[in-house]
Design a protein around this ligand. Structure first.
Ligand code: GLN
Length: 303
């Protein structure tokens, strides 16, 4: 398969959509980003790399961090985590409060904000130095010690994070989170603020693509647990657009409001795309389009 040529063809073909959507502006530090950027990197499990355009520009990974967080939580607490957070698609926006109230403080899944805030609370309870250990895990996944939090983005989000604060309060009211609300929110925003490039994300997600030997920075998952995380990405990774992503792309994946999307073809490749302009569901317009064309042209998907 000539992935390089396919990727370059795709980059040409998505150009007509380049001005659709707009970047997340509810986090002021992200509103300043130039929206007209695009990068892509596909990495096969045996280490072949196909990159194009801004594959090495770092951006805010935002909700993609939720995959790293749930992996650590699953490694530490095993199946017990599913008592505090579900694994069903929500069908609602990533930052919705509605379901959480009706379902008495148990979030639908770990990839909506409410679920990831619960996972952040679990990590604070389990780890001596949550911020240091989370970062060390991500750095280990991509063998790069320069990956870091962006404090400006994290504090900018904290200052304007009224909705996430409301979610955390509702969770605390229902007894789902144990720790101080302020500590949980700040750790959650820090995780979202990690900056990585498409090349780095494609490498980091190799761990979830190649199911064998998941053992990074001391966190171990069985083959079955990694496959199950892939299943949750497939059903819940794109909030109320998970069905659309499944239909158009046909791979498990995870998006973030920084404009990044990572997708996995199990045992074959991981691919990361980035472009800041988002659609109304908070997913990258060009990122979705590029991945749709990738699996259409290659005729490769999990189905
Ligand atoms: N930090 C963002 C938030 O909590 C993450 C959302 C996202 O990427 N979908 O709103």
């Amino acid at each position: 398969m000539d992935y390089q040529k396919i990727i370059e063809d795709i980059c040409r073909e998505i150009r007509p959509f380049a001005e659709e959507g707009k970047q997340a502006d509810y986090i002021p530090a992200l509103a300043k980003i130039n929206p007209d950027q695009f990068g892509i990197c596909l990495r096969t499990v045996d280490g072949q790399i196909y990159a194009h355009q801004q594959a090495d520009t770092r951006f805010s990974i935002q909700s993609i961090a939720k995959v790293f967080a749930i992996a650590i939580a699953l490694s530490l607490r095993g199946e017990h985590i599913w008592k505090k957070v579900g694994k069903e698609p929500s069908g609602t926006a990533f930052n919705s409060l509605v379901q959480l109230e009706i379902e008495k403080g148990i979030p639908r899944n770990p990839f909506i904000n409410a679920g990831a805030i619960v996972v952040a609370d679990i990590l604070i309870s389990e780890l001596d130095d949550p911020e240091g250990e989370f970062l060390n895990f991500v750095r280990t996944l991509c063998k790069d010690d320069t990956i870091s939090y962006n404090e400006e983005v994290a504090y900018s989000e904290r200052e304007h994070g009224y909705l996430n604060a409301a979610i955390a309060n509702l969770l605390k009211y229902h007894g789902t989170i144990e720790n101080d609300i302020e500590d949980v929110l700040m750790f959650y925003f820090k995780m979202c603020s990690v900056e990585m490039s498409c090349r780095e994300l494609a490498l980091a997600f190799r761990a979830f693509t190649c199911h064998r030997d998941f053992n990074y920075a001391g966190y171990k998952l069985t083959v079955s647990q990694v496959k199950r995380l892939n299943a949750v990405m497939q059903t819940c990774g794109f909030y109320d657009e998970a069905g659309e992503f499944s239909y158009l792309v046909g791979l498990p994946g995870k998006s973030g409001v920084g404009g990044g999307i990572v997708a996995i073809y199990p045992m074959k490749y991981s691919v990361a795309v980035w472009s800041p302009r988002l659609n109304s569901k908070g997913n990258s317009v060009l990122g979705m389009k590029a991945l749709e064309l990738l699996t259409t042209y290659t005729e490769e998907s999990i189905f």
